[in-house]
Design a protein around this ligand. Structure first.
Ligand code: SF4
Length: 494
C-alpha cells in the first residue's frame, strides 16, 4: 500500500521512493515544535469538537461507514487502488462533503493543489461528492496577546491563495485531477524491481542535501579533496568531470561562474599545502576585532504555534548559550546558561551578567542566528533592548572568511560549517563521538529536558558539552587562522 506522499517522492526521484518504501528511512527529528493539541485547536476553530478522529493504522475499509455515522471527521484514512490518503477534516453538508486541508505556508504552490487533487481523486473513487474545498492556514502575522484567539490564529478560505480573483480551490483541484492508476502501476513496478541506479539530479542537493546522498554516491566520499566535484556553486562540475577534468586546477575557465570561492578553491589546489588565504583581507578583518573576544553560541527551539504571550507563529525561543572569553594574553574563561521552558528573561539576564562590557562578540553565522535571536529578544523585552542591540553592534561573524573565499583549505571539500572546520584546525577534535552531534539533536534533547524525565542530569551534561564545544571550536578556528597568517608572513620574509 502506498501513501499519498510516496507519489511526490516517486516523481522527485524513483530511487528516493524505493529506499524510503523499503525501510531505509533516516531518523527524523521535527525541526519545528508542533503542539500535540494542534488538531484539537483546528477542530475548535471549525466548531468540529465532536469529530471522529482517525488514527495511524486504522482500517480504511470502515471509513465510508463511519462517514454515514458522523457529521465531522478528522484524520480519517481512505484507500483506492493501493493508495492510502489521510483527510485532515471533512464535514457532511446538504449537497455532499466539505473538505479541509491544512497549509503551513502563506501561499499554495502548484504542488499543493496537485496534492489536494490526488487526495480528492481517492475520495471521489470512494463515492464521495465534494461540495467545497477549504484551506486552513496559520496566520503568520498573528501576535499572541492575552489568550490564543483561534479565529485569528487560523485563517480559512475556499479560494486559491485566499484570493477570490484566483478562483475557488474546488475548481483548481478538479482541473488538476488525473487518473492516478498509471503512476501507481509504475510505482508498483519500481517497488518490485531491484534498487534503481543513482542518477544525479537537482533534487540530490536541492535546499539541503538529500538524506540518501551518502547511500547513493558513496564513491564521492572517497574522492580526493581536490576533486572537481567539490567546486562550489558550479553547474558544470559534473560535465567537466565527464570530460576528464578530475581536479580543481584542471577546471575549464570558460565554464566557471567566477565566484571568489571558486577562485580560492582553484588557488588552494595550485598551492603546495592545499591552502589559499587572502592575507591582506584576513589580516585587516582580524585586526578590526577588539579585546576581549567573546566567542558565543546559542541554541533555540522553533515553535509553530506561539507558546507564550508576545510571540508569533514560527517564533524562536533561545534556551542555552556557551561563552568562551579570551583576553589579550590568550587566557580563556568559560560561562554558560541552560534553562527550560520559557527561560528567555533568565537567558537575557545571564548574558548581560556574563558578557564583557566591551570587545568583539564572535559567533559563527552570526547574521542569520545569534544576531537575529538578540534582535527578537530586544523586541520581546524592550526593557533590555538597548543592551541587547549594543551586543549586536559588537558582533562579528567567524564564518565570513570561509564563506566568501578569503580562506580555503582543500580539506573543506566545498563546505564551511564549524563541524567541517574543527577537525581541520585541530585533528584531535570532532563532534563524531558526542551524544549530541548537531543542533537538531540538541533541540530534541532539550525537549526531553523540559518533560518529566529521569535522565535529566545526563541530558543536561550532554547539552552543556555540545554547546560548549561549539563556542570552544571558534577559539580553535581563530587560533588556526592566526597560525596560518603567521606562517604566510614567515614565508614572505624569507
Ligand atoms: S541522492 Fe539523488 S539519486 Fe539518491 S535518492 Fe536522493 S535524490 Fe535520488
Amino acid at each position: 500500500m502506498f501513501h499519498i506522499s510516496d507519489i511526490k517522492k516517486y516523481s522527485v526521484c524513483p530511487k528516493s521512493f524505493w529506499l524510503s518504501s523499503h525501510g531505509e528511512r533516516s531518523p527524523f527529528i521535527a525541526y519545528n515544535h508542533l503542539e500535540e493539541g494542534f488538531s484539537l485547536m483546528i477542530a475548535e476553530r471549525l466548531n468540529a469538537s465532536g469529530a471522529y478522529i482517525g488514527s495511524r493504522g486504522m482500517d480504511a475499509s470502515q471509513s465510508v461507514k463511519l462517514c454515514q455515522e458522523y457529521e465531522w471527521l478528522s484524520k480519517i484514512r481512505f484507500e483506492y487502488k493501493n493508495l492510502r490518503v489521510k483527510i485532515p477534516f471533512m464535514h457532511k453538508v446538504k449537497d455532499g462533503w466539505d473538505i479541509y486541508f491544512l497549509a503551513m505556508s502563506s501561499l499554495s504552490s502548484h504542488d499543493d493543489i496537485q496534492f489536494y487533487a490526488d487526495n480528492i481523486w481517492v475520495l471521489k473513487e470512494n463515492g464521495f461528492i465534494i461540495h467545497k474545498i477549504y484551506v486552513i492556514r496559520l496566520n503568520g502575522d498573528y501576535l499572541y496577546e492575552d489568550f490564543l484567539n483561534l479565529q485569528d490564529l487560523f485563517t480559512l478560505s475556499e479560494y486559491v491563495n485566499d484570493d477570490p480573483e484566483k478562483g475557488t480551490l474546488i475548481e483548481s483541484v478538479f482541473e488538476k485531477m488525473i487518473d492516478l492508476t498509471p503512476i501507481l502501476e509504475e510505482m508498483q513496478e519500481c517497488y518490485d524491481a531491484k534498487i534503481p541506479i543513482s542518477l544525479k539530479n537537482k533534487n540530490c542537493i536541492r535546499k539541503n542535501r538529500c538524506v540518501y546522498y551518502e547511500n547513493c554516491f558513496e564513491n564521492e566520499q572517497k574522492l580526493p579533496d581536490d576533486s572537481i566535484l567539490t567546486l562550489s556553486s558550479s553547474q558544470y562540475k559534473n560535465e567537466m568531470k565527464s570530460q576528464g577534468r578530475e581536479r580543481l586546477k584542471d577546471v575549464d575557465l570558460a565554464k566557471l561562474e567566477g565566484t571568489k570561492m571558486q577562485y580560492a578553491q582553484i588557488m588552494a589546489d595550485q598551492s603546495e599545502d592545499g591552502l589559499y588565504i587572502d592575507e591582506l583581507s584576513l589580516d585587516t578583518w582580524l585586526k578590526s576585532w577588539e579585546y576581549p573576544y567573546s566567542f558565543i553560541d546559542f541554541e533555540w527551539e522553533t515553535y509553530v504555534l506561539p507558546p507564550y504571550p508576545g510571540l508569533m507563529p514560527y517564533c524562536k525561543v533561545p534556551f542555552q548559550y556557551s561563552l568562551h572569553i579570551m583576553d589579550e594574553s590568550n587566557q580563556v574563561q568559560h560561562k554558560e546558561f541552560l534553562g527550560i521552558h520559557d527561560c528567555r528573561e533568565e537567558f537575557i539576564l545571564s548574558l548581560i551578567e556574563n558578557l564583557p562590557n566591551h570587545g568583539s562578540i564572535v559567533a559563527f553565522n552570526a547574521e542569520g542566528a545569534e544576531k537575529l535571536r538578540l534582535l527578537e529578544l530586544a523586541e520581546q523585552f524592550p526593557q533590555y533592548a538597548e543592551k541587547l542591540k549594543e551586543f549586536c553592534d559588537r558582533m562579528v561573524d567567524l564564518s565570513i572568511p570561509f564563506q566568501n573565499g578569503t580562506v580555503y583549505d582543500l580539506r573543506m571539500r566545498g563546505y564551511s560549517s564549524l563541524k567541517v572546520l574543527l577537525p581541520i584546525c585541530d585533528p584531535s577534535l570532532t563532534y563524531h563521538d558526542l551524544k549530541i552531534q548537531d543542533g537538531m539533536m540538541a533541540v530534541a534533547a532539550w525537549r526531553k529536558l523540559c518533560e518529566e524525565n529521569e535522565d535529566k542530569e545526563e541530558i543536561r551534561k550532554n547539552l552543556l558539552f555540545y554547546c560548549g564545544l561549539d563556542s570552544y571550536s571558534m577559539i580553535v578556528v581563530y587560533n588556526w587562522l592566526i597560525k596560518q597568517l603567521r606562517k604566510e608572513e614567515k614565508n614572505e620574509s624569507f
